[in-house]
Design a protein around this ligand. Structure first.
Ligand code: WTA
Length: 664
């Protein structure tokens, strides 16, 4: 990808432009480019004034802040709304009981079986959250104690989150597709006191046991005193005497009250920890706090999705990822919106699953990922034509760059050539969307996340920190804080500094490459570090390599992303075996299974190439650049290979790759 040391090449060119319709602009939260530009200007000239106004408009504070912002990216330390007091669950629930939304649907849940539907009004959700908050208190959870949550997409998940927020106990959600050992390391890292899990996950018509993973993990998690188990599937499970308790039994207890006073939190108290992959081994526990995060979640939901009171809003993500945290739960509920939550997959029982749900609930705003669009594109347009999609007004995309073909397909077949697509660029660390169009203001270019939101000082720099020129690829950075940004890496301040603030002093480094075109539009080129983006999910290559190397047959492993038509990238592993061991398909299958067990199914390599040796520098570093080129079939020019210790390995690697993949 690198043309020389400081530049990054970008080849994508896209000329099409789509303008918002005049008619829709009138009712929008941000009505025109003129308005956007005015907000942007204000937010750069008087950031504190801009954010103070938004925080006041969007959030109910128990006590107003003394100072809007204090920051130092060199330390690094970032504080927003200093001295401000609030409770996040109060903002997402209680205040809506008073403002006319008491009987409005807060959450609509569509389970995987068609008939499994539940609707929670704000009042009902409030009661459930209060009851569970009381349950947590009874189990000994206090303000500041961490609670790990390992649940499928069922209503108990947002209920548990909001209950944690209510009593001031930071939650740490672990995606239910992760393995026992991933769960274990995350619980150990945050030293959770309680784990909340379920008997099983329902997925593609199957019942996938979940509790055995929790049991396995808890063997090595001495901090966990109690494990609360939701009965989802009714499969037979082990309940450990004295430790495991059924959710429904705890909630049925008559001494549990329907109300629970919200704990008044400081704006900078921790709301949650969410683990995400970085370029070195262990996942990082990204810390988000209450005041800034909630302000930012509500602000972006209102402007980017133009969420209004009578909308049915559906974000298809799993709550186990940041997208679900911010755009299924905290953002929409803070605004008093109706958020739809779905358990299942887009292609089961048939590839019209999503469109059927859009028709069934008359969805207005629909937010999904490019990998979903590409998967559905393959199934053919007939599936989209079986349903009435006319209620939709805004489409969204997140997780990875959306290719212009997929954008056009989405626009034409789901948006019927009319609807705006908001391609939203952001990260676990950013808490909310940073770069995206405003649906009724920004002219769209397929494949571009367009412009930074007001308050976001995004830029592209070269590796020496100097600004990149127009259309020159470089490092995507942000030059000042925004309220939703991470405040730290749990238990590891060094890593916080090193990962995000060291390379470019005074700037936040996103780890993504991008270029900016002549209109100032951002074109995201993907990760520059050793992180693979599979179906919109970040996976650290180092983690997958460690998993492979932990198998007794493996001597060394190097993992890279291989371009993939549906998943964006797929995992390609080069493996050298210990002396005397035979390569075989059985061993490949065993290695895949091994990674699956250690990290989870999403991390299992699609390709495993057995190699005699890996390309290394004389100092012993694996030259991943070469490995990436081989899997991409770009074997013409490897750039500078003068530091390579043994150039002859390359020929063998190319040959092996051709045999395995049919790369020409
Ligand atoms: C990628 C998900 C291009 C990017 C919210 C980023 C995107 C990583 C986009 C964060 C987009 C996310 N266009 N790339 N619209 N959205 N990405 O932490 O590489 O799971 O750094 O957060 O996804 O992934 P994460």
């Amino acid at each position: 990808m690198c043309a020389n040391e400081t530049q990054i090449e970008s080849l994508m060119q896209e000329e099409r432009l789509f303008r918002p319709s005049r008619k829709d602009q009138m009712k929008a939260h941000v009505k025109s480019m003129k308005e956007y530009k005015a907000y942007y200007k204000e937010s750069m000239e008087d950031p504190e004034g801009f954010w103070a106004r938004r925080a006041e408009e969007l959030i109910t504070w128990n006590k107003k802040w003394r100072k809007v912002l204090r920051w130092d990216f060199n330390d690094p330390k970032i504080e927003w709304f200093i001295g401000g007091k609030l409770n996040v669950s109060y903002n997402c629930l209680d205040r809506h009981l008073e403002n006319g939304r008491r009987n409005k649907a807060a959450l609509i849940w569509q389970g995987e079986p068609e008939e499994d539907v539940k609707v929670y009004t704000y009042q009902m959700l409030h009661t459930e959250v209060c009851r569970f908050a009381n349950v947590l208190k009874k189990l000994g959870v206090k303000k500041g104690d961490r609670v790990s949550i390992y649940l499928p997409m069922i209503p108990e998940l947002p209920i548990a989150m909001l209950a944690c927020a209510r009593i001031g106990a930071p939650h740490s959600i672990v995606f239910a597709g992760f393995s026992a050992s991933s769960l274990e390391s995350r619980i150990q890292d945050c030293k959770a006191k309680v784990l909340i899990t379920a008997d099983a996950v329902l997925r593609s018509g199957r019942t996938i046991p979940l509790k055995p993973n929790a049991d396995q993990a808890l063997k090595n998690c001495p901090t966990v005193e109690k494990c609360v188990v939701v009965k989802r599937a009714g499969n037979e499970i082990n309940m450990e005497e004295g430790r495991d308790l059924w959710w429904h039994e705890l909630m049925a207890d008559e001494s549990i009250k329907d109300t629970c006073e919200p704990e008044i939190m400081d704006a900078e108290d921790m709301l949650f920890i969410l683990y995400t992959s970085g370029s070195t081994g262990k996942p990082k526990g990204v810390i988000h706090t209450t005041g800034g995060y909630l302000t930012y979640a509500a602000h972006t939901t209102q402007w980017v999705f133009d969420l209004k009171d009578d909308d049915v809003y559906w974000c298809t993500a799993d709550i186990g990822w940041i997208t679900g945290h911010t755009y299924i739960v905290y953002g929409p509920l803070a605004l008093g919106g109706t958020s739809l939550m779905f358990e299942g997959v887009p292609t089961w029982p048939a590839p019209d699953r999503f469109w059927k749900i859009v028709e069934k609930f008359k969805v207005n705003i629909f937010y999904t990922a490019p990998t979903v669009i590409r998967a559905l594109m393959r199934e053919g347009v007939e599936w989209t034509q079986k349903h009435d999609l006319s209620t939709l007004r805004i489409l969204g995309s997140v997780g990875e760059p959306i290719n212009p073909e997929a954008w056009m397909w989405y626009h034409e077949n789901i948006g019927k050539g009319k609807l705006p697509i908001v391609d939203t660029w952001w990260q676990t660390e950013t808490g909310g969307i940073l770069i995206a169009p405003l649906p009724y203001a920004t002219p769209l270019k397929p494949g571009s996340a367009t412009l930074p939101l007001p308050g976001v000082d995004a830029a592209i720099v070269r590796s020496d920190g100097t600004p990149a020129k127009k259309n020159e690829g470089g490092y995507l950075v942000v030059k000042r804080p925004w309220p939703g940004m991470l405040r730290g890496v749990f238990g590891d301040p060094e890593r916080f500094k090193k990962q995000y603030f060291d390379r470019f002093p005074g700037m936040y480094e996103s780890g993504d490459g991008a270029r900016r075109d002549e209109d100032g539009y951002f074109w995201i080129m993907g990760r520059l570090d050793d992180v693979i983006n599979v179906s919109g999910h970040r996976l650290g290559t180092a983690e997958i390599e460690s998993a492979l190397v932990s198998h007794p047959s493996v001597a060394e492993a190097a993992v890279v992303g291989m371009p993939h038509p549906v998943k964006g990238q797929t995992i390609y592993a080069y493996v050298t075996l210990k002396a005397g061991l035979e390569e075989s398909d059985d061993l490949r299958a065993e290695l895949r299974n091994h990674v699956r067990k250690i990290i989870g199914p999403i991390a299992s390599p699609e390709y495993i190439q057995f190699a005699v040796g890996l390309p290394k520098t004389r100092s012993g570093k694996i030259m991943r650049r070469i490995l990436r080129k081989i899997v991409a079939g770009e074997t013409e020019d490897f750039g500078d290979t003068s530091t390579l210790a043994d150039p002859s390995v390359i020929e063998d690697l190319i040959k092996g790759n051709k045999e395995l993949t049919g790369n020409k």
